[in-house]
Design a protein around this ligand. Structure first.
Ligand code: PSV
Ligand code: MN
Length: 427
């Protein structure tokens, strides 16, 4: 779906005067503090966040799933949903495919369609955490780490197949989330499981084209509850280092035990040049997959401050970071939840861009933690939404994407088009 430009302009008209007043006030305040507002607006265009194709359907838990209707029934309809999200937000210019949930049956056509929406294919994701009906061996006791060479081979081949699909679509990276682990002490030889995994990953890494990157996720628990083969960033980074310069760690915000200092992990990885990608979500308890920034917006701000500082002074030569939203939309309309998440990511990024890092550096040398807090709080306390709205306005998007989507009753249009009882592959 593409929204006609005149509809967006008509929507913006009612808000424009109020917007111009608040934007010029914010601009003046920020410029008085020495920040280059035009530069931040330009940098925002570079912050493009991938939407995973599994996020467009209504999520659920093992207890139930409540369909919202009008969900995309195939890959091309998912591309249409993401195209709409990008048109409304201008920060979702990438999409991430999950195999086998979304096998591109006509890759050329999907690529062309994505291109028409201004979308590029980001990382492709493999899946060795579920058994498929046509597979020979079960992943019940693991995949890349399995004790049986035949099972490992099957999982390696699956990852190679995912790379092949990615090549057809123009992807340049593969994300591996390895669910492998054990539920009981003694069930698994921890050392063998890790070494098998390294060996399997090496074969996948060697298969990747020269200009591809491998992203390795980590997760401390779930679906297994005693041990996970890649439980933390240290293990992930060790594997990435052992594989070579095209392998990196991927940080999923939900994959940490409560109160973990994620911003420090981000800082460490950038320092070592090993931060490959991000999966955004938020959590109160564990891997809750709730809307980005809904629980810990200050943490998100601190994470972005490490990214902004780390990438500005890139001593580890960290490559550009691949961003993706990885959440589950159980109650809200997935498109609205994604837009709200994108807004929170952009807001955290803008706030991190208006930290006075020079002053912060100086007070750190003086061990003045009171002034350091003042500097951080000054940036965090700004209402930077007018800046985001200005970015949208300049890129011919609605000033308020959530309000626009609701006012146009877009979900109703999808339901008319696709039906009210539809299933979408994914989580
Ligand atoms: C696992 O929790 C994960 O974060 C991985 O990225 C998966 O690919 C994704 O969620 C969807 O299950
Ligand atoms: Mn993830």
């Amino acid at each position: 779906m593409r929204i006609g430009q005149h509809t967006i302009e008509a929507f913006n008209e009612g808000e424009i005067q109020e917007h111009q007043r608040s934007f010029s006030f914010l601009k003046e305040q920020l410029e008085r503090q020495g920040f280059d507002v035009e530069r931040i607006l330009t940098q925002l265009a570079e912050l493009q966040i991938a939407i995973p194709t599994w996020a467009l359907g209504q999520g659920g838990t093992r207890f139930g799933r409540f369909s919202i209707g009008g969900q995309p029934r195939n890959l091309n309809e998912k591309i249409a949903d993401i195209g709409l999200i990008h048109q409304l937000t201008q920060v979702a210019g990438r999409l991430s495919l999950h195999i086998p949930w979304d096998i591109p049956s006509q890759p050329e056509e999907s690529k062309k369609l994505a291109d028409n929406y201004g979308l590029a294919f980001d990382a492709v994701n493999s899946n060795t955490f579920q058994d498929q009906s046509d597979q020979l061996h079960s992943y019940k006791h693991g995949s890349l780490s399995h004790v049986d060479e035949a099972v490992r081979r099957q999982a390696i081949d699956h990852n190679k197949e995912v790379i092949d699909y990615g090549k057809m679509l123009g992807s340049k990276s593969l994300t591996v989330w390895l669910a492998d682990g054990s539920n009981h002490p003694g069930q698994s030889n921890l050392r063998t499981a890790l070494l098998n995994t390294l060996d399997s990953l090496r074969q996948i890494y060697d298969y990747m084209p020269e200009d591809w990157q491998l992203f390795i996720e980590y997760k401390p628990f779930e679906p297994y509850f005693y041990s996970t083969v890649i439980p933390d960033w240290g293990t992930s980074m060790y594997l990435a280092n052992a594989l070579g310069h095209r392998a990196f760690t991927l940080v999923d915000l939900g994959h940490h035990l409560p109160n973990t200092n994620i911003e420090q992990i981000v800082s460490n990885l950038i320092t070592f040049g090993k931060l490959g990608g991000f999966h955004f979500n938020d959590s109160k308890y564990a891997d809750d997959d709730v809307s980005v920034g809904s629980i810990k917006p200050y943490q998100l701000f601190l994470i972005f401050s490490e990214i902004v500082q780390g990438m500005a002074n890139n001593i580890g030569h960290n490559p550009a970071i691949a961003y993706m939203i990885d959440a589950s939309h159980n109650i809200k309309d997935p498109i609205l939840d994604l837009i709200q998440s994108l807004d929170q990511i952009a807001i955290a990024y803008i706030k991190a861009s208006i930290i006075d890092y020079k002053a912060l550096n100086e007070v750190q040398l003086e061990n003045d933690s009171v002034q350091a807090a003042e500097i951080l709080n000054n940036a965090f306390s700004f209402d930077v939404r007018p800046l985001l709205r200005e970015y949208r306005l300049r890129n011919r998007a609605p000033l308020d994407a959530v309000a626009f989507y609701r006012q146009q009753n877009i979900r109703k249009l999808w339901i008319e088009d696709r039906g009210s009882v539809v299933e979408s592959s994914g989580l």
